[in-house]
Design a binder for this molecule. Structure first.
Ligand code: UDP
Ligand code: MG
Length: 334
């Protein structure tokens, strides 16, 4: 019997006991008191209609309005609602991470609290996940936000992220997404990284797809973000690119550029030495001399950074006992 078969049977048994829900909905909440009652009603209606066991994990990201009071009131009357309250505002990525850590479902659904996403899209996304996808990403095909400061930067960012990471999605920023739980539980999130989960997860060799979902304008409260988010997302993109391609072999990238730079520097310097010796040329005032010296120093530094990277990488993986691979399944012949 293969590992996969054993896995499924235990999963079904636990579902029959009602012990573990098959999906966990993770909702980040920051000052959304006006949306919460509507959100809870619409989410519950959609999920009850869907007919699978579920839990809602609401993460109150340090709200300063009545959000937490409302949530605890609702939780008192519904065992399927779990509320996590942060001490202060740690950001949407941290809120997702807290939800993922606590999720007990086989699938995790993320959704915004402001009702810009439609809970009724969840069954459709889950059906697609059931076809064998590990990540199903929502795509706000008709996004209801301002064009200049939201949709345009987002369009450029999505193109850029798709190109840089090689995982092509129209809408990285859409919160409505479905993940197989084991996929996100393996990922540590920092900064603004939650939007890159599909790209980071691709390192594990997962199947990612996208589906158009509904999107509505924000009715209550205000958006927590402005144009400044774009810069933070771009910086995170550099991190993700590095993590995806060179995190286990920093010397390969820094060392290569270091060697090339040093080689170019040596060639230039050699040329200058030759004309000095052969023609007694005045090389002290030549910009080329500066360039040669600069390239040699840069090269040495790059190689140094590569070595430091190797040390850091070993510390990172070995202290946390992180594997540098992900196994799908294993079969031991009997
Ligand atoms: N949010 C959060 N912490 C923050 C900022 C936002 O938990 O520091 C939540 C917010 O309550 C909402 C979701 O993240 O549920 C998305 O935020 P928002 O709707 O403001 O973003 P937009 O849709 O405008 O991009
Ligand atoms: Mg919103």
């Amino acid at each position: 019997m293969s590992a996969a078969t054993i896995d499924t049977s235990t999963r079904e048994a636990s579902l029959a006991d009602g012990a573990s829900p098959s999906l966990s909905i993770v909702v980040p909440i920051y000052n959304e008191e006006d949306s919460i009652p509507h959100l809870y009603d619409r989410l519950s209606a959609a999920l009850e209609g869907y007919g699978h066991a579920y839990e809602i994990i609401a993460v109150d990201d340090g709200s300063r309005d009545g959000s937490f009071a409302l949530l605890s009131e609702l939780a008192a009357g519904d065992p399927r609602l779990r509320v996590v309250r942060f001490r202060r505002n740690f950001g949407q990525t941290a809120a997702f991470a807290a939800g993922f850590d606590r999720a007990r479902g086989e699938y995790i659904v993320t959704i915004d609290a402001d009702l810009q996403n439609d809970p009724n899209d969840i069954p459709m996304l889950m059906a697609r996940a059931g076809e064998g996808y590990d990540v199903v990403s929502g795509w706000r095909a008709r996004r209801q936000d301002a064009f200049i400061n939201r949709k345009l930067p987002s369009m450029i960012a999505n193109r850029l992220i798709s190109w840089v990471t090689g995982v092509h999605l129209h809408d990285y920023g859409c919160s409505l997404k479905v993940y197989r739980a084991d996929v996100v539980k393996n990922i540590n999130l920092y900064g603004e990284l939650h939007r890159f989960i599909p790209a980071v997860a691709s390192w594990q060799g997962v199947a990612v797809t996208e589906m158009a979902v509904h999107h509505e304008p924000r009715r209550y409260g205000t958006s927590k973000y402005g144009i400044s988010r774009t810069v933070r997302v771009l910086l995170d993109l550099i991190t993700v690119r590095f993590l995806l391609s060179y995190s286990t072999r920093p010397m390969q990238i820094f060392g290569l550029w270091g060697l090339l730079s040093m080689l170019a520097g040596f060639v230039i310097s050699l040329y200058l030495v030759m004309i000095k010796i052969l023609y007694n040329a005045d090389i002290g005032s030549r910009p080329l001399l500066l360039l040669g010296v600069l390239l040699i120093i840069l090269g040495v530094q790059f190689i140094g950074i590569g070595l430091m990277g190797e040390l850091t990488m070993r510390t990172y993986y070995e202290t946390q006992k992180k594997p540098i691979y992900v196994v799908r399944e294993e079969i031991n012949g009997a």
